[in-house]
Design a protein around this ligand. Structure first.
Ligand code: PMP
Length: 366
């Protein structure tokens, strides 16, 4: 295996870094999956081998999350963006009551505008007036019993805001976009009706989205939807309705094995992720205002740490110097600028320590 040290310092918001051991297996699989004798890129999606890959990936996700039996595990295409529409296509068309959405940042806004095409939507809280630098407190939220569902984004990737509790009421289905914190910690899956997460942050390459959907939700899929957009049809086809992204799903399998066998499950993953986040946020808090965190403390994300420097010149110098040292992906999202360090599962503690050391040194020099 040829290792590339720059991969270890990839703080990109997504596609993100993958574990070294997974990359080594992928490198081998490009040439030959030993059990099959063929490159992963040329193995049939109708082969027994691929059916076993899907089975094991599903089983591993069930084990990692302790998923209740009535959840289906789907591996779909179209990204998280397709779920922005598939959810309301399934649960909102023709509804007289609005679905409730929380507008907590860049990705929430995208979700809400897609949902509005399908039916009535009520934004029950918006972070717009505070510049999306915090999330709602319980006092600011009230949920209606009549809503067909509640939707929120568990981790706002751009602003680095994360909910540290489950929202909503038990008698209204909770639907959650967990694209940027899926499998980074345990998640009380039993409280949700649909959880979706694209792979390209914590669990694999772009091209596949994991959708956990309760049977009762899938059964409500309208018959006039295209099969591709119909949860029930996808379930009946075992995520193999048309040619699925075999490669991406295989990498997801390797990452779930890594989480189970190398990391030892999601409690351990969460502990490591908390430690990394504490290091990053201490670097901000101990900088006497030199580094200004975007998110209010209570809502800080353990995955995306967004912050600003005192001037555009210093920010430029920060990017140039980190790039020269082999760091990458630190530029903030174009929507808000600044710096964003994404510290997904595969980003190691030593990599965070190196960034934090650089940040302290950079501040001393400036
Ligand atoms: N939701 C969140 C939280 C995201 O971070 C992103 C993309 N970074 C998306 C949805 C959109 O995902 P996709 O590009 O897979 O459609």
């Amino acid at each position: 295996m040829s290792t590339n040290p720059r991969n270890a310092l990839n703080f990109s918001g997504g596609p993100g870094a993958l574990p070294e051991t997974v990359l080594a297996q992928v490198q081998q699989a490009i040439v030959e999956v030993p059990e099959v004798g063929l490159s992963i890129l040329g193995i049939s999606h109708r082969s027994a081998w691929f059916a076993a890959v899907v089975d094991e990936a599903e089983r591993n996700i069930r084990t990692l999350l302790g998923l209740p039996e009535d959840f289906h595990v789907l591996f779909l295409q179209g990204g998280a963006t397709q779920q922005f529409s598939m959810v309301p296509m399934t649960l909102l068309r023709g509804s007289e009551h609005p679905a409730e959405y929380i507008d907590s940042g860049y990705w929430s806004r995208k979700v809400i505008s897609e949902a509005r095409r399908e039916g009535p939507v009520k934004t029950i809280w918006s972070g717009e007036s505070c510049g999306f630098n915090r999330l709602p407190t319980d006092d600011e939220l009230s949920f209606s019993a009549d809503a067909p569902y509640l939707h929120y984004v568990d981790n706002e990737t751009v602003e680095g805001l994360q909910f540290h509790r489950v929202l909503g009421r038990d008698d209204v289905p909770r639907i959650c976009d967990m694209s940027s914190n899926f499998l980074s910690k345990p998640c009380d899956a039993d409280k949700f009706s649909v959880i979706y997460a694209h792979a390209q942050k914590n669990i694999g390459p772009a091209g596949v989205t994991v959708v956990l959907v309760r049977d009762a939700v899938a059964k409500r899929s309208p018959d006039d939807l295209p099969s591709f957009l119909n949860y029930q049809r996808q379930i009946e086809a075992s995520s193999n309705l048309n040619t699925p992204p075999v490669f991406a799903i295989y990498v997801v399998l390797l990452v779930t094995r890594w989480l189970l066998n190398d990391i030892g499950g999601l409690e351990n993953m969460a502990r490591i992720n908390r430690h990394k986040a504490e290091l990053m946020y201490s670097a901000l808090d101990n900088a006497e205002g030199f580094y200004q965190g975007w998110a209010q403390k209570a809502d800080r994300s353990t995955m995306n740490v967004a912050f600003n420097l005192p001037s555009a010149e210093l920010q430029q110098a920060f990017f140039e110097q980190t790039r020269a040292l082999g760091f990458s992906g630190l530029e903030g999202h174009r929507a808000i600028g600044g710096v964003r360090a994404s510290i997904y599962n595969a980003l190691t503690l030593p990599a965070v320590e190196r960034l934090v050391e650089f940040m302290a040194d950079f501040r001393r020099r400036n």
